[in-house]
Design a protein around this ligand. Sequence first.
Ligand SMILES: *Cc1c(COP(=O)(O)O)cnc(C)c1O
Length: 395
Amino acid sequence: MTDFAATRRAFHLPDGITYLDGNSLGPMPRHAADRVAAMMRDEWAGMLITGWNRAGWYDQPRRVGDRIARLIGAGEGQVVMGDTLSIKVFQALSAALALRPGRRVILSDSGNFPSDLYVAQGLARMTGAELRVVAPEDVAAAITPDLAVLMLTEVDYRTGRRHDMAGLTAAAQGAGALTVWDLAHSAGAVDVDLLGAGADFAVGCTYKYLNGGPGAPAFIWVNPRHADAAQPVLQGWMGHAAPFAFDPAYAPAPGIERMRVGTPPVIALAALEAALDVWEGVDMAALRARSVALTQAFIAGVRSACPEVVLASPGDPALRGSQVSLRHPQAYAVMQALIDRGVIGDFRAPDLLRFGFAPLFNGPDDVDRAVATLAAILREGSWDQPRFHQRAAVT
Ligand SMILES: *Cc1c(COP(=O)(O)O)cnc(C)c1O
């Protein structure tokens, strides 16, 4: 039994705030600040350069990767941390492409996050590959025998629509292609089963549902059947077979270690390790069940209390991640009014109100408050005040 009251208490959540934006930046686990302070004092200050061995900084990217592996249906020694997600997309996509010589088509969908598509565009320009982008519903039909790599984000950042990872992986592999799955909105949100799906590569970030803090490092997973064959294009010294031999010629480390690039972000990894403590003992099936219950309750509440908004997420929880998006022509001003009353979600252009439900710290009380606050704002028309229409530079 996962104790979600206890996981909620583990976070610092400002008083009076209902936080439904953990899908963008997870809140701070209470003990993360102490952990980082201790790392600075005892390890950096106290050990200086000996920290690489004595404090285990060198092995930390793998050690932390093992803790994430359990959350995404991967095995020990298959996940490594480092860099940002955009860079890990490049590492995975370029390695997958190189494993399919003679093929040059990358398939993705228009619901993918722009950075993933930008990286693919740059890689296509560099390698002569072709990027094909189709609507999310058309992906299965667009899998053709010339495909090299199917690159998808499992859960759409705007709508929360969830792809069928096992089905699409099987279809792509049936056509002789490899798959790269981006788990940015899946890891810590849904029950991911990479090995069960037989996926080839996966990447994800840790500052969303995993609560590792702003700029927390990304992760990469390579299926063990490819791990010793995959050639990283970003061949950094930390991915070398013998980094401290300082050999001028590159030789890849065995297995997942080759996907490391340079010096790991040790301070950020300390915060992430603290965040992962909260995941100890969390059963992923229970997490998924709670996520479905919360999103279903929110949708039902909005349908009855706010009939004028349109559901932009799939109504079937099997086709949805852990967020719910609603359409409203004045979505930006409505979200500003919600934030003004302590309900924090976010806005995505042109007309989406986005609410992320993070089962570790969101509960039924958050659902009730969000529905009631949204209904009151729409009933009163109180979003229609000039201050809610001033559009600051949106980042
Ligand atoms: C959040 C997100 C990113 C962000 O990439 P960074 O390099 O960490 O800034 C990339 N891809 C997807 C699918 C995302 O959801």
